[in-house]
Design a protein around this ligand. Structure first.
Ligand code: ATP
Ligand code: MG
Length: 201
């Protein structure tokens, strides 16, 4: 047994144990396959996170697709940038907004974008597929949850799927490998500050 007398030696021993634990975990992680990630919660940062991963993948030369399931602001900085880098987009340009009135029209719009997303989920040339704001389509019953889960289950094994949106359905959380919940601590909008280009869209 080594006599650890100085703070430095104790620190070094602690770091060695930590390194060993981390190395063991890294060595234990042997699976290589595409993931399902869910980014949910009421705080700001869900779509930003999803697009951040798409940017990462594109930066490594990977092929990506994005389905956008909400008509917020039509303009979208990430789409403007990523389309120039070969990312394919399907956007629900009409239909669902917070003031949605017409369920039939919204359902049609959601289904059209979902058809494109199903094609992405079946495309083995795509490394990463982002389904932005998909959770609301489940909540509002615009897209059948079984159909979503089946399409995700049947995707190419190396393809990663990212789902964003508030109040993710329990079953989406169950099929996911990684789930993060972004908690709202405070948001500028609550203090009367307008949404800003480059920050909010
Ligand atoms: P972002 O796209 O900025 O990552 P998000 O995807 O987490 O946000 P959404 O629920 O999709 O959040 O809402 C999109 C818009 O609403 C963005 O303009 C965002 O800034 C704003 N927003 C997000 N969270 C809140 C909140 N807690 N209160 C008010 N506005 C919010
Ligand atoms: Mg969002």
């Amino acid at each position: 047994m080594v006599d650890l007398t100085t703070k430095d030696e104790r620190h070094q021993a602690r770091q060695q144990r930590l390194k060993q634990q981390v190395d063991d975990k890294i060595n234990a992680a042997q699976q290589e396959r595409g993931l399902v990630l869910v980014i949910t919660g009421n705080g700001k940062g869900k779509s930003t996170s999803g697009f951040g991963m798409i940017a990462r993948a594109v930066g490594h030369g990977q092929q990506c697709g994005v389905g956008q399931f909400i008509k917020g602001t039509w303009d979208c900085g990430e789409r403007n940038l990523l389309q120039q880098h070969g990312v394919i987009f399907s956007v629900m340009a009409t239909g669902f907004t917070w003031e949605t009135q017409n369920k039939a029209a919204d359902t049609l719009a959601a289904q059209a974008t979902w058809a494109d997303c199903k094609a992405m989920l079946a495309d083995n040339t795509l490394d990463v597929v982002l389904l932005d704001e998909l959770t609301y389509m489940v909540t509002y019953d615009y897209i059948d949850l079984d159909e979503i889960i089946n399409a995700i289950d049947a995707r190419p094994s190396q393809q990663t799927v990212i789902i964003t949106g508030r109040a993710a359905h329990r079953r989406l959380i169950d099929i996911a490998d990684t789930v993060s919940e972004v908690r709202n601590v405070k948001h500028a909008f609550e203090q009367g500050i307008k949404a800003r280009k480059g920050i909010d869209w």
